[in-house]
Design a protein. Structure first.
Length: 176
């Protein structure tokens, strides 16, 4: 459970650093697109006004009015092309951000898997050490019992030997 909490804190602390950098560049790109959209809106308003301009005789449009309108319309199209280019850059940037997020998630997943493998390995080693300690404790108990048993046999043998020696001495005294 602790490993997940540590991993969560590490990921939580690292994502804001990445997102602040990404957000600044992304916001700058969006501001650029918004400026282009505002410029397009202004130019389209100028185009609308130029269509209503009629400086010719009887309220007709002159060639100059039409050329002016076409020039403004050409500027609108150029601005539209710039908007599309910048939108493409923004979309590529967004794709890059998504790829980075996927890469960070994959790295986090790999790290988490390695942590889990390490924890599993340590748990297995812990179990082996416990088993070894238990077998040592059992062997100590058995060896203790064997030593006590041998001491008892030796004490019993010594006791019986002393008894035999006493009997032998009594037997010799009585035969002398």
């Amino acid at each position: 459970m602790r490993k997940f909490i540590y991993l969560f804190f590490v990921l939580t602390l690292s994502f804001p650093a990445f997102s602040q950098q990404d957000t600044a560049a992304y916001a700058a790109q969006r501001a650029k697109i918004n400026a282009l959209l505002a410029e397009r809106s202004t130019r389209f308003g100028q185009y609308d006004e130029s269509l209503n301009q009629r400086t010719g005789i009887f309220g007709w449009q002159t060639k100059r009015d039409i050329k002016n309108s076409n020039e403004i319309l050409r500027q609108v199209v150029i601005t539209d092309n710039n908007i599309f280019k910048e939108l493409k850059v923004l979309m590529e940037y967004k794709d890059l951000q998504n790829q980075q997020k996927v890469a960070v998630a994959d790295q986090s997943q790999q790290r988490m898997e390695r942590y889990m493998q390490t924890i599993k390995k340590l748990q297995d080693q812990n179990e082996q050490l416990k088993a070894a300690a238990e077998s040592r404790a059992k062997s100590r108990n058995i060896s203790t019992y064997v030593i006590v048993f041998l001491l008892l046999i030796m004490a019993g043998g010594f006791y019986f030997l002393l008894k035999k020696i006493e009997q032998y001495k009594k037997y010799e005294k009585s035969n002398v």
